[in-house]
Design a protein around this ligand. Sequence first.
Ligand code: KIV
Length: 256
Amino acid sequence: MKKIKKIINLKNKRPIVCLTAYSKPFAKILDKYCDIVLVGDSLVTAMLGMKDTHNVTIETMIQHGISVKSNLNNALCVVDMPANSYKSIKQAKKNAELIFNQTKCDAVKVECNGRNYDIIKSIVDIGIPVMGHIGFTPQLFKKFKTQGTSEKNHYKLLDQANRNQEAGVFSIVLECVNTATAIEITKLLKIPTIGIGASVNCDGQILVTDDMIGLSGFYPKFVHKFINLNNIIEIGIKKYRKAVLSKKFPKKKHTF
Ligand code: KIV
């Protein structure tokens, strides 16, 4: 709970730095630079090539959650609840407990479909911190669409943000939310807003790591490629191929 309070206290102090990780090597690097590391269900699209996150299993999230959390010392670890794991209060509590106990994560993330406030509250009530997620919620939608642009949708999002806070979330992801709506939600809430495609006005920012390092091949408008790892990896693979074909690898020093 100390770690959760630390995140909440960052609101209005400095931007909160968040990224996704699915494995040990990334967790180890991100731990040095991020306040929050999310084991997002985006792992199945970014890493496994699935077309959406609709059919992620709880076993997958737990396996990657363990790998990430066991390699974090400082950053807060949040694990996504898979789409089909919180259809009822009973199921949500059981699965949140399973993820929390097995991965030893600090919190779970629940996407808001505009209905599941009682589900969020029931998880918070058993002592498991929850991060909310509104706007474009990939478990529900199929295609990217900016949220909050119509007046009706703007007020719907304000209401959802407020009800998430009332249900007890400690922070909330705003995905693909237009700037004016993100500003108003950020002002309205006491808890931090974490934006992805929701402008610099949020209390923090998150991106899918594989997108921002140029690995996933998925680059929507809100992603900036901070490095193109795809090219760097290709250079290494090409060198390997050349060395194998020319018999320059392995050398004596690599041999027993
Ligand atoms: O699954 C994920 O990576 C996410 C982030 C995009 C917020 O939910």
